[in-house]
Design a protein around this ligand. Structure first.
Ligand SMILES: [Zn+2]
Length: 243
């Protein structure tokens, strides 16, 4: 099993392999680092490298969505044919949910993300793109004016154990892939983040592009407008800072 994973990994061209090895997220260093002493394993049908951060020694891992397990009992030729191309979805994400945005008040992030990522992953990337902490519950809804009446809804509440389960039609954000919700350019959802502060984002699929097979990391392609502070300092703190 692990040997097969390693074999698939070694079939990746050497220059791409070394690029991937030197671009692994370390949660301790909070940056991309080089992975060392790694081994390859299958997880959910794709190859995952497990190893250690070359800088601090913390455990790190890298998922290689492009390196998929081959279907058994298939010749190499037919498995290559059967392999479906992976796509990047390119989204425009507007803060405030105002649609269409006005020329003067545009806060947009253009985000490229693999179609196979979960809505949970997507939410994380969106919040990072706007410099928000990923520290609150959220959901995706098809009804922009009355999210609670949405016929299509995906909430983190579904995935949490210690909260009341959401309404029966609400689905998981961790087990729903982006491609299951967004089908074609123009498809839109409301992303509601933090039910207290109620940050609203309009998420619209703009373009579908065939992905480079080996690197499916999300990318922020464009940033328009300055994101507001998620936690603006209160006035007292502000005065203290001034003096
Ligand atoms: Zn580290």
């Amino acid at each position: 099993m692990a040997q097969e994973a390693l074999k698939i990994w070694m079939e990746v061209p050497a220059d791409i392999r070394s690029k991937l090895l030197s671009n692994v997220w370390c949660p301790d260093c909070r940056t991309a680092v080089t992975i060392c002493d790694y081994n390859a394993e299958f997880s959910g049908g794709v190859v995952v490298l497990h190893g250690f951060c070359a800088t601090c020694g913390h455990k790190v891992a890298r998922v290689l969505e492009g390196c998929q397990k081959r279907p058994e009992k298939e010749t190499k030729k037919s498995s290559q044919k059967a392999k479906r191309a992976l796509n990047h979805f390119i989204f425009n994400v507007w803060l405030y949910g105002d649609y269409p945005p006005t020329q003067t008040n545009r806060i947009i992030r253009k985000i490229q993300i693999a179609e196979t990522k979960s809505l949970y992953n997507f939410a994380k990337v969106i919040t990072q793109a706007f410099d928000f902490y990923f520290d609150h519950c959220f959901g995706f809804y098809n009804d922009f004016n009355r999210p609670q009446d949405s016929k299509k809804a995906y909430e983190l509440f579904y995935d949490l154990d210690d909260v009341e389960p959401p309404a029966p039609h609400v689905k998981s954000v961790k087990r729903t892939k982006i491609q299951q919700v967004f089908k074609q350019p123009g498809d839109k959802m409301l992303f509601l983040f933090d039910y207290g502060d109620g940050w609203q984002f309009t998420v619209e699929l703009e373009e579908i592009k065939q992905a480079e097979k080996w690197d499916l990391k999300p990318v922020i392609l464009e940033s328009i407008g300055k994101a507001p502070l998620q936690y603006p300092p209160c006035e007292d703190e502000f005065e203290e800072d001034e003096t």
